[in-house]
Design a protein around this ligand. Structure first.
Ligand code: KG4
Ligand code: ZN
Length: 339
């Protein structure tokens, strides 16, 4: 039988990522990521550097991908490219490149929403039927959504200020961790005591919206009071553990709010934890236990599917193809594009 091979191209932030998947087999043939390390010393993504990095690396990355996956270009069934939300320069590079590839290979192209791709990729990793709840936490976004289908998303709550990943990255920076700091914070937290640093549990209100800037400020104030230069590793580890704990408690409160206000019959059976922050094993455990109290199973994709990648973009193109959405060359980037 013929393989259904989809190509995904992702350039919305600082990672240049491409992937080839065999969609009907739900298997990843190959995925490649070029992580731009030039941002590390700036403690955040520098848009102009990101733009140049994508333009420099994307063509070679695609070549490497095709060669190492042993896929003939003719075999590709369709292409997905991130059209937003994200940094305009990077999005432009990805979209212009993808349109070129689409024309050259005469293969259909779909514009993909990066947030939808994060929320759908769990269906590539496991057998998961619609509808489901999705909790999406990345470097720039916090979203609480119901995923009704590959094309219908209902937004329950969103981030009002700093995203969870942003909070981790900014605190991590002050602790001397390189950007992005989420993974380093998780490692340090393993050696710390989550109840040692008194941080406020964020978002005690009844809404389903997220806010992490207060928690970030409290953590930064603690660092200032202790003296940034004098922090021992033990103290850093304690702060990291306490920060993770507070984020977990805050998200848990939102899940409780959701179920408190739910008519009992409409209880969803499945939830998905996704976006870069979902790579965090501690938070995965906290959320899984929380959902279990409501008889809801939590799926969390393996970490490499949570952080930005091309697989989720390829998968979303396939979801659109399957849903009968027509491909089109006639689209522009959308730096701001709600889920
Ligand atoms: O989805 P993503 O790769 O890119 C965006 O779309 O923003 O998310 C990146 C975010 C960063 O803030 C990073 O620090 C965080 O995900 N992150 C983590 C972990 N790995 C990445 N946060 C907590 N624990 C991790 N293991
Ligand atoms: Zn992302």
């Amino acid at each position: 039988t013929k393989r259904k091979i989809f190509l995904g191209i992702e350039t919305s932030c600082d990672d240049t990522a491409v992937a080839l998947i065999d969609a009907e087999e739900k298997s990843v043939l190959k995925h490649c990521i070029h992580q731009q390390i030039e941002h590390q010393s700036f403690g955040g993504v520098v848009p102009d550097l990101a733009f140049k990095g994508h333009a420099k690396h994307l063509p070679n990355l695609l070549n490497t991908l095709l060669k190492s996956a042993c896929v003939d270009k003719e075999e590709i069934e369709g292409i997905g490219v991130t059209a937003g939300p994200g940094l305009a320069g990077g999005l432009l590079v990805g979209v212009m490149f993808a349109k070129g590839v689409s024309i050259a290979l005469k293969k259909p192209l779909w514009a993909i929403n990066h947030l939808q791709a994060h929320a759908l990729v769990a269906r590539l990793c496991c057998d998961l039927e619609f509808p489901y709840l999705a909790l999406l936490f990345s470097g720039g976004h916090c979203e609480f959504v119901v995923v009704y289908s590959a094309t219908e998303f209902y937004l329950l709550g969103y981030g009002l200020d700093d995203a969870a990943g942003e909070c981790l990255d900014k605190v991590g920076r002050r602790l001397g961790f390189s950007f992005p700091a989420g993974a380093a914070i998780e490692v340090a937290a393993k050696m710390g005591d989550p109840l040692s640093v008194p941080l406020p549990i964020p978002m005690r209100d009844k809404s389903l919206n997220f806010s992490f800037s207060g928690l970030k400020s409290a953590a930064l104030r603690w660092i200032n009071a202790e003296g940034e230069k004098k922090l021992s590793f033990e103290k850093k580890a304690n702060l990291c553990a306490s920060l993770q704990y507070a984020i977990g408690q805050g998200i848990q409160k939102k899940i409780e709010n959701f179920f408190d206000n739910l008519p009992s019959k409409s209880n969803p059976r499945v939830a998905v934890f996704c976006g870069g922050v979902a790579a965090n094993q501690y938070l995965r455990n906290v959320l899984e236990e929380c959902f279990l109290q409501y008889d809801v199973r939590l799926f969390t994709p393996p970490p490499k599917f949570c952080t930005d990648n091309g697989m989720m973009i390829a998968w979303n193109a396939y979801e659109k193809y399957r849903a009968g959405i027509l491909p089109s060359m006639n689209f522009s980037i959308r730096a701001r594009w709600p889920i």
